[in-house]
Design a protein around this ligand. Structure first.
Ligand SMILES: [Zn+2]
Ligand SMILES: [Zn+2]
Length: 88
């Protein structure tokens, strides 16, 4: 699996969950083929650099609505992951 950013050759990627996919709260009740289709459309694969560029946390792949969040801009991590990192 390679980063989906055009021209990027990195193969170390994170599964990025699009906001569209994470908004579906009845996901488990959907038919398997619908789930598969949603996952195919809703999950992107980006390297850490492009995760951040597209607004995803490179550690857990969660979409960050506020890309201008200071912590996210600095580390590329969502609040949850940067908190985990701080305590580690
Ligand atoms: Zn990339
Ligand atoms: Zn995260």
């Amino acid at each position: 699996m390679k980063c989906q950013h055009p021209g990027c050759q990195r193969s170390l990627v994170t599964d990025c969950i699009s906001p569209k996919l994470s908004e579906i709260n009845h996901f488990d009740s959907l038919d398997d083929y619908i789930q598969a289709k949603l996952i195919e459309e809703g999950i992107k694969y980006y390297c850490p650099e492009h995760c951040q560029q597209y607004g995803y946390c490179w550690n857990c792949g969660t979409y960050q609505a506020d890309r201008n969040d200071i912590k996210f801009r600095k580390t590329g991590l969502c609040r949850q992951c940067s908190r985990d990192n701080d305590s580690a």
